[in-house]
Design a protein around this ligand. Sequence first.
Ligand code: V0D
Length: 253
Amino acid sequence: MSMKIPFLSKQSKEESDSLSEENIPNHVAIIMDGNGRWAQKRGLPRFAGHKEGVSTVNKIVKTAVRANVKVLTLYTFSTENWKRPKQEVEYILKLPKEFLHVYLPSLMENNVRIQTIGDFQALPDHTQEAVSYAIEKTKNNTGLILNFALNYGSRHEILKAVKQIATELKEENMDMDSLDEDTFSKYLYTKGVSDPDLLIRTGGECRLSNFMLWQLAYTEFWFTDKLWPEFTEDIFYEALLAYQQRKRRYGGI
Ligand code: V0D
């Protein structure tokens, strides 16, 4: 007579293939790569990919709300993106206004609060105005924090913190002994929000590209070849499931 040895059975405890309501990552950060390539593959201009990417943002925000994620950080524009052709940069910097014109009402309905990280003042006035309006409008919402990384670069963020701290030390507003990791974190754009639990990068590259270097120290990484405009609710669930399976795995040791 044969008997299955429980701890060798196929359905081991880390293999559960359905998403649990427990252990949803608090904070998910996404590098939304592959928009230009998506368009070029179809013989379309790159901006068509960015436009399609905007509608994917809307879908994934809704999924994050439904999954009860607390913070969703999206890498929309890096400090390196200024090096792209002028026309492409100009197009991209109009997307926040376009996005908000279409989706702000549904963000309000979903109780979503908009925030940003990055060098906001260096963005064109029209971009700042559209985003500031949405931040103000959603500031009392208590649901998902939708955090757009706009003109964000992590080394710049860290250097800015170091310079501010150095000034405070020099002016004797801080003493060196009180400077620890928690204090340092308060000088970053992300002050007040927890570190990401899960980082997703679409578009097939497996690198951080100057994104949240300090904040990602303990984060689970999940990469997919899917291009951002092809990213769906199902793929998002797949990433959440992978996260939960990893958690269960070392929860078991
Ligand atoms: C282009 C894929 C939404 C990534 C998504 C300015 C590249 C579409 C926003 C947005 C961008 C930002 C702030 C806000 C509301 C919406 C956005 C940029 C690029 C860079 F308050 N999509 N999106 N911003 N893309």
